[in-house]
Design a protein around this ligand. Sequence first.
Ligand SMILES: Cc1ncc(COP(=O)(O)O)c(C=O)c1O
Length: 400
Amino acid sequence: MKYDFTTILDRYGKDAIAVDMPTDYLGNYGKVKREEGFDVIPMWVADMNFPVVPSIQKAIIDRVNSPTFGYYAPREEYFNSIIEWQKHFHGIDVRKEEIAYDNGVLGGLISACNVLLSKGDNILLHSPTYVGFTGVLHNNGYNMVHSPLIKKDDTWVMDYEDMEKKIVDNNIKVAVICNPHNPTGRVWTREELEKAMALFEKYGVYVISDEIWADITLNGNKQIPTQSVSEYAREHTVALYAPSKTFNLAGLIGSYHIIYNKWLRERVAKEASLCHYNSMNVLSMHALIGAYGAEGKEWVEELKEVLSGNVNYACDFIRERLPGVSVIKPEGTYMLFIDCEEYCKKNNVSLDDLFYKGWQYGVYWQDGRPFHGEYNIRINLALPLSRVKEAFDRLEKYVF
Ligand SMILES: Cc1ncc(COP(=O)(O)O)c(C=O)c1O
């Protein structure tokens, strides 16, 4: 490997919620007293424990070295970097005017909802559901209707019949597609997206497609941009992207959306402007430019290889050494969504018991119940493999 995916980073004292302040975010779990001799292995919040690609730091430092930070506008290079990245990784052609900045993907989701829905309206999502969707949609007054994904032939699939029934019964006007899907890690195929889109077209449903994980596909899987599957999809989808998952830049803030339809794009732009907070930080712009270049492309290829190795290791370990625990191997993201139902029932333990025990031994994993997984735990695998191995050894010895 040309880049560093093995150093164990010291993240303490760097304001990282992953290690420094989980109590603020996770309540009681964050208060669990850790056994002596077990350091923290951060496996909950979706950020990575690898150093960023050096071109990002260089771009930021170069800008910081110029001692003026007044008002500014995004430069052409920002848009050109996105256009080139999208073409290279996802094969799509996008023009500058079809791209617009958002402070975050969840903020972009709400701007789009505010254009397409009225408060109290129903919105269709799949479950399990990314907890961030649940939080912002609830807080902004939208009523979530869930269509459960089903487990079939060792994968998660959409239940089109259920989706159709929910669309009709709940007068659905907007659906959220998470592509790749967090927390299951499904990377939807073209056929699956086409079928979903045909259904949305039949009922005139608009789509908000969260593609924040688009670049992180594993073991050769390929992400298909939702907007690319049909003319209807192109004209009726708001696609949300960011460099933040791919390059671990969440702390710098910054994402963007792509909307081809002029009317929709102008309405979302108007809505996004209303809070007056939605403007880019100059360092975030330079970070994106540093990320979306030649070095970033190489780095992401290595990252995907490393994450594929971690996911394969963890899934094999679970199958061979953790009886009663099951997992469907993710095709994208760096998250595992393990199912402990059989283990809990057989051994008469609650998910809480299991969950606390993990934290007690320094495995800071994440409760799957807020994601609609009754017996699930979400595990972040974006760490050096040595840490993943250590975590699973602890789980086998002390937790299961
Ligand atoms: C599917 C999905 N969407 C959105 C986000 C958050 O994006 P942002 O921080 O840009 O709002 C995450 C973070 O984990 C995510 O997994």
